[in-house]
Write a protein that binds this ligand. Sequence first.
Ligand code: 26Q
Length: 807
Amino acid sequence: MENNITKEELSTIIRSKLSRHYGISTTEADRAQMYKSCARTVLELLSEKRTKFNQKIKENESKKIYYLCMEFLVGRSLKNNLYNLGIEEMFREVLEEWNFELEDLYQEEPDPGLGNGGLGRLASCFMDSLATLEYPAMGYSICYEYGLFKQKIVDGWQMELPDIWLPGGHVWLNQRNDLVCHVRFNGHVEENWTDEGLEVKHLNYDEIEAVPYDLMISGADSEGVAILRLWRARDLNNFDMGSFASGDYDRAMTEKMNAELICKVLYPSDNHFEGKSLRLKQQYFLVSATIQDIISEHLQQYESLDNFSAKVAIHVNDTHPALCIPELMRILLDEYQYSWPKAYQIVKQTVSYTNHTVLSEALEKWPEDLIKGQLPRIYGIIKGLNESYCQELWKRYPGDWDKIERMAIISHGQIRMANLCVIGSSRVNGVSKLHSDILKKQVFSDYYQVEAKKFTSVTNGIAHRRWLCQSNPLLGKLLDECIGTRYKKDARQLGKFRVFYEDNSVLEQLQSIKLANKIRFANRMHKYGVTMDPESIFVVQAKRLHEYKRQLLNALRIISIYLDLKENPNLNIPPQTFLFAAKAAPGYYTAKEVIRLIWHLSAHIEKDATIREKIRVVFLENYDVTMAESLLPAAEVSEQISLAGKEASGTGNMKMMINGALTIGTMDGANVEIHEAVGKENMFIFGMNAEEVERKWKEGYAASSYYHNNEKIHKVVNSLRQGFNGESFESIYRYLLVGDYGIGDPYMCLADFQDYLGVYQQLLDEYNDPIKWNQMSLMNIAGAERFAADRSIQEYTKQIWNIPTLI
Ligand code: 26Q
């Protein structure tokens, strides 16, 4: 590692920060002041590193990667940067001399919730890999003033509180007043034919300022630094003297508030499209500012935009930033006078798109009128793209109106963003093998027939340095001793851990590490009044609450065990703790009901002294990246039980696997590849696969048939009516058996129930044999070799961004 700062230098810098910002010395500083001074110290080191890296990029004229995403769940920065810079120990020592614990300072940092879940966390894992692998990369998003809400559970019901992260978090952000740009909304468009061709004027628009804030992310043991550029909206007319003088100051202030509303808050719906006009404003705000920024950076280095697609890769992470396609067209056409065909060619060669979901309710479809009103010029361009694409289709499929209608961007008054993305991109990928196959065979099959080469697959990966090395230091140390330290930069090396399959000492260490992580987690939670027994098996389902993810199926399984224990209190089962961590979208009633069920089930069992010795349910409030970092290393069983075909990939499955948990799951998303990596003997697969689910739908599915034909299901489902802890769950009972369409729950919990119970019983039997269990655990850690974000990024650079591999 190149960073050769000495302890003395470090201590001098921190002291100078304390002095400059607070006018105090180390003895007077409190934790918050010391945390901020450390953060500022790290920033200084990062800036120097970034300057050197920038020079290198410039000299090499490397192609740059711009990753656009409405969400980045970055997690805390201090620890990650210290680790990646290789100076964590030095910091610890310096701070100890001043009687500060580094761990305490870590706790001072807020966890910025600038994302909902998997999509946003993936984006952040990718930033870490891009920096580590030394690719010139920037992420672009919005600097939401309030991130994802803080969750509070009151009598089982989820309440949402604002996430105020900027007071402690802004220290990482560097405001770039030199790069401010302007974004235009509303107004109307005028078209005039001149001697030079068609001239388009956007008139009477409202304009706001976009101010960038940079957050640096250091590569691990590398020269790379990635930048995440977050935009904030600012009213252009900072102070309108005229309106003040004319007594209309109130109105001027209201307009200012409206402009700044754009980046107020992150929309909390995960995997669900919400067609709100403010959300559309957010999306265009992000892409317009970003494209302007990318173009001006390009023109600083090169003479023209003719080589744009050779030097720039713009990645659209899900359809949310899709408007960058017409926005780039707009700038090329209106500001740089490119012809339509040439502009379209540049755009198509530059942009690529990842799809993250096949759920129809998550697909973005914006009303034509909304886009027309808010973004008149962009609307005109989308219409142009639609018309020329439909003309091409007409030539290829004359008369096939159905097909053309399906493939068009605009239909029935709606603008379909996924179609826009496919049509405007050079590459489209899914996030696991299964998901990418579903894209080719179903969601995008029409396009696949036309342009098969466009479609590719890159299975997701995780930042294993954060999710293994930093969050599970004990396991990291064992791995260092067994296989050396190269796995930190090359996760493939984890495969070597298989050699220790029969090494009893290693297996015993795995067991004691898991116990230590369980104790660590239990102790942390104890502070919040949560009690759990680290000697029990930790069964974990941690992810957003969604019907398709089937937390309800997990709850039904627990109820079934509970009823068995009630009937036979001497039942011989190992003690189990079922941990749930999940936020529900605030308006998602069914999801909130499921939380209420889990919470009351937990309270119900808690009151029964004999039962709670054997099974316990814990609902962990306010799941976020920081909690995940201590929870996932403590997991022994990883619940990945979505209805097959619905979970695009999953990444929590990879995080728990790499920490030695065994998966109980369906053949869905990346579970299929986990199964391929560890074999059926090291995983607990149950339920229908995606094809069987399809078939069942076609055959005619009715949840009630399981209820009537299976005694156990009958009992479990009936118990919902009587309820738990004095609360009935009639609505869930009805949901399961009748549902919205009379066929019962559309995610088929009851269809997979019996198999789930059976396979879970096998899992419990295996748990009774610790050697066997630890061997399976070891095989999972080793099998995680292929699930590193580093590998995903190498695949993106090769298959999608067309960038030569650097290492
Ligand atoms: C769209 C429009 C308006 C408001 C909100 C949204 C919106 C926001 C977030 C739509 C979808 C999302 C998030 C999707 C998501 O997280 N998908 C997950 O992506 C992971 C990374 O690829 C996968 O592992 C998961 O399987 C997938 O569910």
